[in-house]
Design a protein around this ligand. Structure first.
Ligand code: PMP
Length: 406
């Protein structure tokens, strides 16, 4: 059962005030708040159960190893990955995509080889590919979104040429909320023999994910947006791609034996997890995913769809608010500007005075901003604990901005 009052009570921070007003937290696209179970797991992880993983034969090391490794099965279940061995832990999406770039793409891509990206990718799914462009001469092929902010899957598939080595697309735009049909893209790309990376940073937050059904080769998630600790995350890697990956970072548990002359590596996925990992963060990440699955991903999605519809109706009902992205199936993420000279930063500062937390700027998506012809927007991004009353508080605060700046 999904009872919004019970859910809200799980998140202690939601009962605090900001600038003398009840907090209205609408910056979930940047990072989500944590339920008490996650906070407790972190406190317990450090306060009662802490030791380094894998290496010790003592009680605490075994305990933290068991909990840390237990998260692998939880992530696999969350993503419907066939095996927990398909899951590589990391510190979040940025590290995850960089790992794919260095461990899989770099050894396989030569000058003039191509990667296909959509124009609405987050910088985390752009900059690693620019590294390969700068260092190895690969070519980035961009696919635009239409006037509603939709990405035509066929346009992505059509952008594939015999030189394409990878398609890398987000499942949900962190700016427009657009939901991308990653399954159709994957099917079409595979028909042309090209693997697909899906940036699930926003997608996994808002809908049930099934990597077996999507069929993608890499699916990347980040713990802090999934109501877990920052510094946690994971990639699902299809076993065929995993066997093609070369180690990216060296040291710690990724090795089997090291001599003066040679090194042999651990089996995947540990082959790709160098150094002491984010132990407690990862344990908390597992607890967060269990929390979401406990609420039911369908229930979360239904709640957020209702929020999206209400916010859509209210924001689009005011002709001085310019919402970017009108995809019919978008997630509850709204980027907008207001008529008049007010900069997004000024608007967010006024909203903050009313207790409303939003993000303002280019949202690490400068190519999309260029496509939209904007420098900055305000973004209200909703999470599982937000309410329609909070949408009303947002609108009231925006009306104040309109009065102040129009
Ligand atoms: N991709 C998308 C779509 C995102 O929204 C974000 C976070 N804003 C990232 C990648 C980067 O995630 P992280 O900062 O957790 O590495």
């Amino acid at each position: 059962m999904f009872d919004i009052n019970t859910v809200r009570a799980d998140f202690p921070i939601l009962s605090r005030q900001v600038n003398g007003k009840p907090l209205v937290y609408l910056d979930n696209g940047a990072s989500a708040q944590k339920p008490q179970v996650v906070i407790d797991a972190v406190i317990c992880g450090y306060g009662e159960e802490y030791a380094n993983v894998h290496r010790g034969l003592h009680f605490l090391s075994n305990l933290s190893t068991e909990k840390y490794e237990g998260t692998r099965a939880i992530v696999a279940r969350f993503l419907n990955a066939p095996s927990e061995d398909d899951i590589i832990f990391n510190s979040g999406t940025t590290e995850g995509i960089n790992m794919v770039a260095y461990a899989w793409a770099m050894p396989r891509m030569q000058a003039r080889d191509e990667i296909v990206l959509s124009v609405m990718e987050h910088h985390a799914n752009i900059v690693p590919w620019h590294f390969l462009r700068e260092r190895q001469g690969i070519v980035i092929k961009w696919v635009d979104v239409d006037a509603n902010g939709d990405l035509d899957p066929q346009a992505v598939i059509d952008a594939i040429t015999p030189r394409t080595k990878l398609v890398a697309v987000t499942q949900v735009s962190n700016v427009l909320g657009t939901v991308v049909d990653v399954k159709t893209i994957t099917t079409g790309a595979h028909a042309k023999g090209v693997p697909v990376l899906v940036d699930g940073s926003q997608g996994a937050v808002h809908m049930a994910v099934d990597v077996a059904d999507i069929g993608c080769d890499f699916y990347v998630i980040t713990g802090h947006k999934l109501y877990g600790p920052s510094g946690s995350g994971a990639i699902y890697v299809h076993p065929d791609r995993m066997s093609e990956m070369q180690p990216f970072m060296g040291g710690g548990d990724m090795i089997r034996e090291v001599s003066k002359d040679a090194v042999t590596y651990n089996d995947p996925p540990m082959k790709f997890e160098a150094g002491t990992p984010g132990i407690v963060q990862t344990i908390g990440f597992g607890v967060a995913l269990e929390y979401m699955m406990g609420l039911g991903m369908e229930n979360i999605a239904a709640h957020e769809t209702a929020l999206r519809d209400y916010a859509s109706q209210r924001l689009n009902g005011l002709n001085w608010i310019n919402v970017q992205g009108h995809s019919a199936t978008k997630a509850a993420i709204f980027s907008f500007t207001l008529d008049g000279a007010a900069h997004a930063h000024d608007i967010s500062t006024v909203l903050d005075k009313k207790g409303v937390a939003v993000r303002a700027g280019s949202h690490c998506a400068m190519p999309l901003m260029e496509h939209l012809g904007l420098n900055a927007t305000c973004r209200a991004s909703f999470g599982l604990y937000n309410t329609t009353d909070e949408v009303d508080v947002l609108i009231d605060a925006l009306e104040l901005c309109h009065d102040l700046f129009a």
